[in-house]
Design a protein around this ligand. Structure first.
Ligand SMILES: NC(=O)c1ccc[n+]([C@@H]2O[C@H](COP(=O)([O-])OP(=O)(O)OC[C@H]3O[C@@H](n4cnc5c(N)ncnc54)[C@H](OP(=O)(O)O)[C@@H]3O)[C@@H](O)[C@H]2O)c1
Length: 290
């Protein structure tokens, strides 16, 4: 692995006592189409993971539901034994069906099983971080998080989980979880065009809790907007670079986990996230999501 020659943009954040790079990597897209089955290019997927760590990234986001198992197994094959600073975040709350759907699985016995599956496929004795994923494909849904979250708290007490987070949640569910045990992050959908969590981002920042936006580039539907293209062309950058730079500048508690299956895109995204946006750029971009 290479020694990183330049620091990653955004510096670091302390996630539950571990220092992680604010520029991280989301591993979901390493599995096959629609996050099912193996990737078309197995060695290419391993190369992306090794390149990410070689470039200094110390935060990888995954789930045993990706593939299922495929993404975790790729991470293990590429990186185990894990270098000491590497922090691997995973999530539980859904499984996969034969059609590629994501049926919810949040009963205590389901969650215990998923935690053990993550331990096995990642090849670790304790998981750095487990996010309790709520809601569904449409986003967060109202309802109590208590029973599910308490199960993870029990698993944390048993030494199988180091830190807890919540994902795909409403602001009320965040508060409900925090009333039970400390969380180190919230992982929700958020990007230039989807600003529903603006107040939550600021609220968490004030309390020193990370906000980890998923679909930072739009996920399966890449971000597209005339205003974004205009700012990008003015800066002689790509819209994706500007979208990442905007997130990086939005708040210091935002940790980026853009996904890619390409080492070239990984490098472009690192460079892009380091773009400096002027107040004028930010004002134009802020109009997209308002
Ligand atoms: N908690 C949850 O419910 C939840 C839900 C979804 C995702 N996540 C997490 O969030 C992470 C990020 O989400 P995501 O990967 O789905 O979406 P994303 O980061 O918004 O976008 C990834 C897509 O953008 C493309 N891309 C990336 N860099 C590019 C570049 N420089 N130029 C052109 N295309 C580029 C990728 O294609 P290429 O492979 O061709 O680069 C991929 O199709 C996931 O990996 C996962 O860990 C969590």
């Amino acid at each position: 692995m290479n020694t990183p020659s330049t620091p990653l943009p955004g510096g670091t954040w302390t996630l539950g006592g571990s220092i992680v790079t604010r520029f991280g990597y989301g591993a979901m897209q390493l599995a096959g189409p629609w996050v099912m089955g193996p990737p078309a290019d197995h060695d290419g997927a391993l190369a992306v993971l090794r390149e990410a760590v070689g470039l200094g990234i110390t935060h990888i986001d995954t789930s045993d539901a990706y593939g299922p198992r495929i993404t975790n197994e790729l991470i293990r094959e590429a990186l185990h034994p894990y270098p000491e600073p590497l922090f691997i975040a995973t999530k539980v709350g859904a499984t996969r069906d034969a059609q590629g759907g994501w049926p919810t699985a949040r009963r205590p016995e389901d969650l215990r099983k998923q935690v053990h599956e993550n331990l096995g496929s990642l090849g670790v004795e304790a998981l750095d971080l487990v996010n309790m994923r709520m809601g569904d494909a449409q986003g967060p849904q109202p309802g109590s998080i208590t029973e599910a979250f308490e199960t993870l708290v029990d698993l944390q007490r048993e030494g199988l989980i180091r830190h807890l987070g919540v994902s795909n949640v409403t602001a009320e569910q965040v508060e409900e979880a925090r009333g039970i045990a400390p969380i180190v992050c919230v992982q929700n959908m958020y990007n230039l065009a989807h600003r529903h969590d603006d107040d939550l981002v600021d609220h968490l920042a004030a309390d020193g809790i990370a906000y980890v936006p998923f679909f930072p580039l739009g996920g399966f539907t890449p971000l597209q907007s005339e205003a974004l293209s205009q700012v990008a062309s003015r800066l002689e950058a790509t819209p994706m670079s500007v979208a990442l730079a905007w997130l990086m500048q939005r708040s210091p508690n935002i940790l980026l986990i853009p996904g890619t299956s390409s080492t070239a895109h990984l490098r472009q995204n690192i460079a892009g996230a380091g773009l400096s946006l002027s107040d004028e750029d930010v004002a134009e971009l802020d109009n997209i999501g308002h």
